[in-house]
Design a binder for this molecule. Structure first.
Ligand code: TXA
Ligand code: MG
Length: 322
């Protein structure tokens, strides 16, 4: 049963307790309702993708109660500080490099070295974030392929029974998602949204824009680039056996004979496997490279539930490099 919580002190406290315990809670922001999970908890983040039926791991936005707490997890440059001072709280998301000691799950950023951070302009959301005292990863709270919800009833209609609670803070004011701005290189607009380009350019000057007319057909699309994490070593998928010069990413009972193995899930649990995927790829890539191994072999992953997103990511990681 999904709890429908009122946006009062008790409701916020209940939502925070659930989130801190690793459960999923949808909450309103000024843009759309987000499907929240503790961003520092790999399993909670994996559960977001399962609840949404998402066939893909895309990087999620991490929400914070203040610029100060957001900038503890990323390397904020001058532009970031100026934009935060001018436009936060508000519908602007900044993509910045992780700090080395970053607490945010690698799955939340789909294995990237950057994270998208934002401080929402909504009193209930801010109260919830303060009470949680940790970053909350939240994509829009809809099933995959459906439109973003702007009321608690929209969320209930699609996600009831799949998440712990919805914190009902009434309809969202803005109704479109936040603007996503990449500040990890020359400032680049990745997604137009609630904060206007004019307002952003008034603070930091001209932005680069991604040409969306080019992006759908070609592999250079921002979504693909943004979410692409590939190990340096070649990968061999659906391995039925393993060679002694290969590192092994195992699922279920590991194949014997590899130089080094990372278990995604010894008992074949897809949520656990999703939670461990990016840590596993990075760990094996580093370990295998330092030992001069040739490849990463990957055992077959079932093609259902979160297995779809895991396989999608593995296929992309294994694709030939340009
Ligand atoms: O208004 C919003 O932004 C809502 C509310 C809930 O805050 N959230 C939202 O999240 O729309 P989501 O997950 O649906 O959209 C995240 C966007 C995607 O376009 C994703 O590619 C981009 O942010 N993104 C996230 N992390 C990124 C990263 N590290 N690098 C590049 N793009 C990133
Ligand atoms: Mg969305």
């Amino acid at each position: 049963m999904t709890e429908l919580l009122q946006a009062d002190t008790r409701g916020v406290a209940r939502a925070a307790t659930l989130l801190r315990g690793g459960a999923l809670v949808a909450f309103g922001t000024e843009t759309v309702y987000g499907l929240g999970a503790d961003a520092t908890d790999d399993r909670a983040v994996a559960a977001i993708f399962a609840a949404k039926d998402r066939p893909r791991f895309n990087p999620l936005i991490c929400h914070y109660a203040s610029a100060e707490t957001a900038f503890a997890d990323v390397v904020a440059n001058n532009d970031a500080h100026r934009l935060a001072a001018a436009l936060w709280p508000g519908p602007l998301t900044l993509v910045l490099p992780r700090v080395p000691a970053c607490r945010v799950s690698l799955l939340a950023s789909a294995g990237l070295d950057t994270i998208a951070v934002r401080v929402p302009a909504h009193n209930v959301a801010l109260a919830l974030l303060r009470e949680c005292a940790r970053p909350i990863a939240a994509p829009s709270a809809n099933r995959s392929g459906k439109v973003s919800p702007t009321t608690a009833q929209h969320v209930m209609a699609e996600l009831t029974g799949r998440i712990a609670a919805v914190l009902d803070s009434g309809p969202c004011d803005v109704g479109v998602e936040s603007t996503v701005l990449d500040l990890s290189n020359a400032p680049t607009l990745l997604r137009p949204g609630g904060a206007t380009v004019e307002a952003i350019e008034a603070v930091i000057g001209p932005l680069r824009r991604i040409d969306h007319t080019l992006s759908t057909a070609t592999p250079r699309s921002p979504g693909m680039l943004a979410s692409h994490y590939a190990p340096r070593l070649p990968m061999r998928l659906d391995a039925q056996s393993v060679q002694h010069d290969e590192a092994l990413l195992s699922f279920g009972t590991p194949l014997l004979g590899s130089a080094i193995t990372f278990d995604l899930s010894a008992n074949g649990d897809l949520t656990e496997a999703a939670a461990r995927l990016f840590d596993g790829l990075r760990m094996l890539d580093d370990a295998a490279a330092s030992r001069g191994l040739a490849r990463i072999a990957v055992m077959p992953i079932p093609h259902h539930g979160l297995g779809l997103a895991i396989n999608d990511r593995l296929r992309r990681a294994a694709a030939p490099r340009m």
